[in-house]
Ligand binder design. Sequence first.
Ligand SMILES: Nc1nc2c(ncn2[C@@H]2O[C@H](COP(=O)(O)OP(=O)(O)OP(=O)(O)O)[C@@H](O)[C@H]2O)c(=O)[nH]1
Ligand SMILES: [Zn+2]
Length: 211
Amino acid sequence: MNIHDPKVKSDSQATSSVSRPSREEAEEAVRTLLRWAGDDPAREGLLDTPARVVRGYEEWFRGYDEDPEAMLQRTFEEVAGYDEMVVLRDIRYESFCEHHMAPIIGKAHVGYIPTDRVVGISKLARVVDAYSKRLQVQEKLNAQIANTLQTVLKPQGVAVVLEGEHHCMSTRGVHKPGVSMVTSTMLGVFREDRETRREFMGHIGNPVNRL
Ligand SMILES: Nc1nc2c(ncn2[C@@H]2O[C@H](COP(=O)(O)OP(=O)(O)OP(=O)(O)O)[C@@H](O)[C@H]2O)c(=O)[nH]1
Ligand SMILES: [Zn+2]
């Protein structure tokens, strides 16, 4: 698919201009898939399944209704001049690959060096969640988290490393369980300064060695 084709919608267009079907339409789509799988949606064990699946979608894809930039608005300046690296490592995330709608399960490691204000650490994890709970490719998820932190907090730099197991690779297709995809986005001083990057990697440990 050529995403530069004007007929192909970009991510932001796709999420803002699409009208949502009703809950009943969504449940009917699940019944169609159940029939496609070869089962009978009218049998007792499957009667409530469409409603459960739709409730599951509300949870798995709640990120479309969340605003990551708004999550970062409250910051704290009283940190006694602390201007060193802040790292949150091993943030579990659960996402879905946009090619197969299969789970991507992994860990995010997020670091930044504040300029004059810090953000509550739970908000870093909330931003990871808000972008995870959407259809994703790992590279995009990685870039979105890093770019949002950089744009809103305007720190000296941001580092985000993601590890993820893609169930589209482990449970279907090429069938390679245990494979972890590692991606990283380095911005500001993390990109420019090798020592800063090395300090961050030291804090999170080498993802590949920790599997
Ligand atoms: N770069 C990248 N690739 C991904 C991600 N998630 C899934 N993929 C890959 O996306 C590709 C889609 O390839 P296609 O050939 O269109 O789909 P497919 O026929 O189902 O391919 P197979 O998975 O190889 O069976 C596959 O190679 C997936 O492994 C991701 O987050 N990043
Ligand atoms: Zn996939």
